[in-house]
Design a protein around this ligand. Structure first.
Ligand SMILES: [Zn+2]
Length: 450
């Protein structure tokens, strides 16, 4: 089955019209306003006679036989939807605000004219079956075009969960790399003396096939469903009432892939691939906080990826929205405080996080390699990461890692020695020294006066 979308393109002009419906009714500020729009149905049940979900055969190689992912209750979706949750991860709540505040019509129909990917990502064998991809929809970038007939016929909303585009990256460090002669201007990957990098990028929202996710974590599907239901204070009752629905769109951040070089090369085993898998750290990545190595390692990853592309291979940085080891920034700053007040040593680094969060890390890399399977990656020549968790997750998925490349010592900010030495002692890859517990007590971070 070809997944090319050419025949599905429609070249009509965008039919979107400006919104007319804004607060057309007097606003009822009382709680009773909740009931002003007819009966509210809290959930559906598998045994409801009206329930007839659109068929969805996860892992089928033919997208039309696999079927679309349709969580939406809009249109005829109440009894026809085949996925739990809502589109766009955490942004689904902003969508609800737009609808609730009457700035968005409930029946808004997206017009995807000219929004299709500019680059073709050919279907990979890994897209099929129940093992390789369980946390994203491999047909997510083609959904509106592949399933436009289903959407029309069934009267349901079908949205993409992946989008693909091209852009340039501009980062001050890249200009310095060009000045140092570390990055060459070639007009293709690095397009000018500012070090601007030409890239292809993919945004991916999570789509979970629950039996597959449960299997990755070594638990039953029922245990997973119950934990998701109860730990979110009952946000998604269909996790319990609709065991026939196997797909869930979780309200969590997704990922972005930045590819340097020809995107086709990432799945070509004859071409070298350099890869950095990076988990979000807004404080360092964007604002340059010096307590950790995140931005320096991100920049190192981008530069090395660009160089691999210039050497005839390709390079990738995959950026996951898992702020603060997926504990969130609020927890992260509390941990910073506890570290700074309690004597910030490498020996105590993980313990401080465990005191507050109960665990030292919630990133759980088990689902991370799905994007590599989507891209058709079968081997990584240079893995620009020291994380043993990322390494193990990738290798467990049958993808070979030929070389692991640690961040160069000179790129480590002074106050983040605590972090990097603690991580190395806990199993992170290094070509340098692994410290003993006693030596870790002497690796001290900056303190602040209270
Ligand atoms: Zn960081």
């Amino acid at each position: 089955m070809s997944t090319t979308i050419d025949k599905h393109l429609h070249d009509a002009k965008c039919t979107h019209k400006p919104l007319e419906l804004i607060n057309e009714k007097p606003i009822d500020y009382s709680a009773d306003g909740l009931f002003g729009y007819g009966k509210i149905q809290l959930t559906t049940y598998t045994e409801d006679p009206e329930v007839k979900p659109i068929p969805l055969a996860w892992g089928h190689s033919n997208p039309l036989s696999r079927g679309p992912i349709t969580p939406s209750r809009y249109g005829n979706g109440m009894y026809k939807h085949n996925a739990i949750g809502a589109h766009a991860g955490p942004y689904s709540i902003y969508h609800a605000l737009a609808v609730g505040s009457k700035q968005l019509k409930l029946n808004h129909k997206a017009d995807y004219t000219n929004a299709q990917p500019p680059v073709d990502f050919p279907q990979q064998p890994q897209w099929s079956g129940l093992e390789k991809i369980v946390a994203m929809d491999p047909f997510g970038h083609l959904a509106p075009w592949l399933f436009s007939d289903v959407s029309e016929k069934e009267g349901v909303e079908i949205r993409p969960t992946i989008s693909i585009t091209k852009a340039n990256l501009q980062l001050t460090e890249l200009k310095e790399e060009v000045a140092k002669g570390n990055l060459k201007v070639d007009g293709e990957v690095c397009v000018n003396s500012n070090g601007d990098l030409h890239i292809t990028k993919l945004a991916v929202d999570p789509v979970w096939y629950l039996p597959g996710v449960a299997k990755r974590f070594g638990i039953s599907e029922g245990t997973l469903r119950r934990a998701l239901f109860e730990d979110t204070n009952g946000m998604y009752p269909e996790l319990i009432t609709r065991p026939d629905i196997k797909v869930f769109l979780p309200p969590i951040g997704g990922l972005t892939v930045y590819i340097m070089g020809d995107p086709k090369f990432v799945s070509d085993p004859s071409k070298k691939l350099a890869l950095r898998v990076h988990d979000e750290c807004s404080g360092s990545d964007v604002f340059g906080s010096d307590i950790c190595t995140c931005r320096p390692y991100l920049i190192f990853g981008i530069v090395e990826a660009a160089k691999e592309a210039q050497n005839g291979g390709s390079g990738m940085v995959i950026y996951f929205r898992k702020e603060g080891r997926a504990l969130g920034e609020v927890t992260k700053y509390l941990v910073y405080n506890a570290r700074k007040r309690g004597g910030d040593t490498a020996a105590e680094y993980f313990h401080r996080t465990e005191c507050i969060a109960g665990v030292k890390d919630m990133r759980f890399q088990a689902l991370m390699p799905d994007i590599l399977h989507f891209l058709g990656v079968t081997k990584i020549d240079r893995m620009l990461s020291m994380s043993n968790m990322k390494y193990d997750a990738i290798v467990d998925q049958g993808i070979t890692i030929k070389e692991r490349v640690p961040i160069p010592d000179e790129m480590i900010p002074p106050d983040s020695r605590v972090e990097i030495d603690a991580k190395i002692a806990a199993g992170y890859f290094t070509t340098g020294k692994v410290m003993t517990q006693d030596e870790l007590k002497n690796v001290q971070g900056r303190t602040w006066e209270i």
